[in-house]
Design a protein around this ligand. Structure first.
Ligand code: UFG
Length: 342
């Protein structure tokens, strides 16, 4: 792989679902990368998958981002030009059961990282945020000007807190882009990397693919009496590789800026709302597999309908999606089959 860039990007949580796909796109764009991950919630085979896709050796360090001295040491030995911070816990349900761990890991690791970056004068940071910062938004198609409403979970609260911290940190000469993900799904088309859900999945698509693979008995569609055309919730499902390419654009966006202090948030979604039942039907159609599902009661904390207004990221980054829902679901299914050895 030729290097046509002087960028050296540190990717924390680079063995995770979105992190690993982003590392692939960064390498494809010619960037030098260093990957850190605690591997607490991922596996080394994901790094091997990245190496196979990119045909390159990945520089990997097993570091927990709460560990100041290990990060400090890493920054001393490298001249990073920017950092993408993925390392965080992401389960809404788990955060309700164990909020302290979520605050410690998600907020704590960001503070440690900012301290280390400040010490080593690395100023460009891309942060993994979530549309969960909007809580229950007033507008169905939400843009970045929507206020933060009451968070639906401690997880959502950590993302709001992190964004507030970053907004203030920018005044200390940081340049920060926060990417608010909607619902990332799918896997790399090579099926060499994808999501590794822990235990019973909370999220829709891993539950769908596990049910289709026979790991779960049936899917329950949570709520069919919402004020939507088919009664089920509406979300903005986006292919994980499209999420990944937006991070490469974000690096370029900051590099073109001359300002010393930046905090900018961007929605990262397709702009298309899809209902849960539509997704289930599309999955059956594109994969040809049968899927047992039942209609059940609402899940508490669910927003009725929300999807992105991606106008800002389209305009400022020149970023657009490459994959549609069918491809996203097909790749999710191919990854599931790979995991199950089918
Ligand atoms: N759903 C089902 N059955 C399931 C799982 C999910 O019907 O077995 C439904 C949910 O009720 C919801 C939709 O599918 O209506 C999407 O649910 P997900 O759990 O996949 O995604 P969420 O929109 O709830 O959560 C996502 C991210 C979170 C983030 C949140 C912000 O996973 O990290 O968006 O709104 F915080």
């Amino acid at each position: 792989m030729t290097q046509n860039s002087t960028e050296h990007v540190l990717v924390t949580g680079g063995a995770g679902y979105i992190g690993s796909h982003t590392v692939v796109e960064l390498i494809a764009a010619g960037h030098k990368i260093t990957l850190v991950d605690s591997l607490e919630r991922s596996e080394y085979r994901i790094i091997e998958g990245i190496e196979s896709i990119t045909n390159s050796k990945v520089e990997f360090h097993k570091i927990d981002c709460l560990d100041f001295s290990s990060l400090d040491d890493l920054f001393s030995k490298n001249k990073f030009t920017s950092v993408i911070h993925f390392a965080a816990y992401k389960s809404v349900n788990e955060s309700v059961v164990n909020p302290i761990a979520y605050y410690k890991n998600n907020v704590g690791s960001l503070l440690v990282l900012l301290e280390v970056m400040k010490k080593h004068q690395v100023i460009d940071l891309i942060f993994s945020s979530s549309c969960t910062v909007y809580g229950q938004p007033d507008q169905v198609q939400v843009n970045e000007l929507a206020p933060f409403k009451k968070p639906e979970s401690p997880y959502g609260s950590t993302k709001q807190m992190c964004e507030k911290i970053l907004e203030d940190a920018a005044t200390e000469n940081f340049r920060i882009v926060s990417l608010r993900y909607f619902n990332p799904i799918g896997a790399h088309p090579s099926t060499l990397i994808g999501e590794l859900p822990i235990g019973i999945p909370n999220n829709l698509v891993p539950y769908v693919t596990q049910t289709a693979a026979g790991v779960r008995e049936k899917l329950t569609v949570f709520g069919t009496d919402y004020n939507t055309p088919d009664g089920s919730c509406i979300r903005d499902f986006i292919h994980v590789s499209d999420v990944a390419t937006a991070h490469v654009k974000a690096i370029g966006y900051l590099k073109c800026k001359t300002e010393k202090r930046i905090f900018e948030a961007f929605n990262l979604g397709t702009g298309v709302g899809v209902s849960v039942l539509e997704l289930v039907k599309k999955f059956i159609e594109v994969t040809g597999v049968s899927l047992k599902y039942t209609l059940g009661p609402r899940r508490s904390g669910d927003v009725e309908k929300v999807f992105a207004d991606p106008g800002k990221i389209n305009t400022h980054f020149g970023w657009y999606t490459q994959y549609d829902l069918s491809q996203s679901l097909l790749h999710a299914w191919q990854w599931e089959k790979k995991l199950r050895g089918v």
